[in-house]
Design a protein around this ligand. Structure first.
Ligand SMILES: Nc1nc2c(ncn2[C@@H]2O[C@H](COP(=O)(O)OP(=O)(O)OP(=O)(O)O)[C@@H](O)[C@H]2O)c(=O)[nH]1
Ligand SMILES: [Mg+2]
Length: 460
């Protein structure tokens, strides 16, 4: 199936200075367009015969003047990424030169591709399923090794083949029901208990996939963790230690951090946005410096409130004071990891750990307890689930479709239990099939496609 018959072009690499940049053209007129702007030789207009899967070395020219020396990769549909004819121009990686070559392609008859249009064409031409297209997006945006790995499994078709198995399970039951409805003389109606058992088996398979939904969402979206506490308790020191770099300023002057500082961190496969905040205290005087700090404290409070997890720090050399308790009271109800800091300076812990033992005792000077902080983050983030046991990785769209399919199947189960006429059961089974087909893209609306592909970059 051809979706649209115009030819699209876009820069497929990030716009910047680099070794190589790639301009991709796809569609019916690819070879006409490239013939206008490319030649094997600088001196004459010599063209290659553009065979499939070949690389050509030559020149992009404009008005017979050289623009850049390039490599052309030639693919012929349907054996290409989009299923259409494709040329990739590999030029030198300069912003200006890349833009100029794209402009020449457009002048020669191509249209600027929209976001994800190459991938959308690949889907519409049957080159890949929707879950695979979504996996590409996940690979591109993955912030951790673990997530890249599971997205690559989805790209290889792990999720879609599991959905297809479930689908054929539903199809088999439906065929038995429909056969008896259509040919009541020849085919016996399946037993209700047998139908119920088959449908329950399928629901269990769906539950297996849905089991890892929370973890999937977590891996995709990550968690926001704010480090909170009084001034000088060692928040920025912990921030730097967790990131393994000197990112935030550390001094022994209380009130060093003013603005929030934010960085990404991979905690055992969980993408974390870690935020260092200004130390919280009541400021009495009204100097200009205090006014700035006070703005910082308000920003800190906002970020602490919106964080998924708070790393609350207090200084063990001082013990937990009423100011610390006041901060803790403000974050009651949030997931809080309580951390006692500067344990290297404490000889006798007795009073320091009152009124209750913190979750971790740390020293950023010796590195003590840092591993435990990471373990606690993982534990809190996974809500005590084990991410490594998640077999399938799904996004919200998949989860919605699976839940819809499950709902229809549950209706079928109830109908079986109540001996409802089997043509009603067949309707529930058909509805479940439609929901499953939506996941892989067998049944899909233009709106869903736009939603998915608009998240891609231009050129992908
Ligand atoms: N001995 C020791 N000193 C520490 C430790 N962590 C932090 N410090 C010292 O404590 C002081 C304050 O550290 P910071 O990390 O700037 O504290 P902060 O909580 O970010 O302070 P504000 O930004 O002012 O809120 C610095 O002198 C650090 O070197 C630790 O584990 N052991
Ligand atoms: Mg600080």
């Amino acid at each position: 199936m051809k979706y649209i018959n115009d030819t699209i072009a876009a820069i497929a690499t990030p716009l910047g200075t680099g070794g190589v940049a790639v301009i991709r053209i796809s569609g019916e007129k690819v070879f006409d367009i490239i013939s206008e702007i490319f030649s094997l030789s600088l001196k004459n207009k010599k063209l290659p015969d553009f065979e499939a899967n070949k690389i050509y070395y030559g020149w992009i020219k404009y008005n017979n003047k050289p623009v850049d020396q390039v490599l052309l990769l030639s693919f012929k549909g349907p054996k290409s990424f989009t299923g259409e004819d494709i040329i990739e121009i590999h030029c030198h990686g300069g912003i200006n030169i890349t833009k100029n070559i794209l402009q020449l392609c457009l002048k020669a008859g191509a249209r600027s591709a929209t976001r994800g249009e190459f991938s959308k064409r690949a889907f519409l031409n049957g080159k890949m399923g929707l879950t695979e297209a979504e996996a590409i997006l996940d690979i591109i945006h993955s912030r951790t090794d673990k997530f890249s790995q599971v997205s690559a499994y989805n790209l290889s078709g792990k999720l879609s083949s599991c959905i297809k198995e479930i689908r054929s399970g539903v199809m088999n039951i439906l065929s038995e029901v429909v056969a008896a409805l259509d040919f009541p003389e020849e085919v016996e109606e399946p037993e209700y208990t047998y139908l119920e058992e088959c449908v329950i088996n399928i629901i269990e398979r769906i539950n297996d996939i849905l089991k890892s939904s929370n973890n999937s969402n977590l891996m995709r979206q990550g968690v926001k963790i704010a480090i909170a506490g009084k001034p000088n308790v060692g928040k920025s020191s912990l921030f730097n230690t967790l990131l393994n770099m000197e990112r935030a300023i550390v001094t022994d002057i209380p009130g060093t951090t003013r603005d929030i500082i934010q960085e990404s961190l991979d905690v055992d496969g969980i993408p974390v946005t870690l935020i260092d905040t200004a130390g919280i205290r009541d400021l009495e005087s009204k100097t200009q410096s205090d006014q700035i700090e006070s703005i910082g404290i308000n920003i800190a409070k906002d970020h602490i409130q919106s964080a998924d997890i708070v790393l609350f720090l207090y200084d063990l050399t001082k013990g937990m004071k009423k100011e610390d308790i006041a901060i803790l009271n403000k974050i009651k109800g949030k997931p809080v990891i309580k951390v006692g800091s500067k344990v290297d300076l404490v000889n006798n812990l007795n009073d320091s750990v009152l009124p209750e033992m913190p979750d971790c005792l740390i020293s950023t000077k010796t590195g003590n307890g840092i591993k435990l902080v990471k373990q606690k983050i993982k534990q809190f983030a996974l809500s005590f689930n084990d991410i490594d046991n998640s077999e399938y990785f799904t996004n919200i769209r998949h989860q919605e479709c699976l839940n819809n399919a499950k709902e229809s199947l549950l209706l079928a189960v109830t109908s079986c239990q109540n001996y409802v006429p089997q043509d009603f059961i067949s309707i529930d089974l058909k509805t479940a099939l439609l929901s499953l087909d939506e996941i892989t893209g067998e049944v899909v609306t233009e709106e869903i496609l736009d939603n998915i592909f608009s998240n891609f970059c231009i050129g992908k």
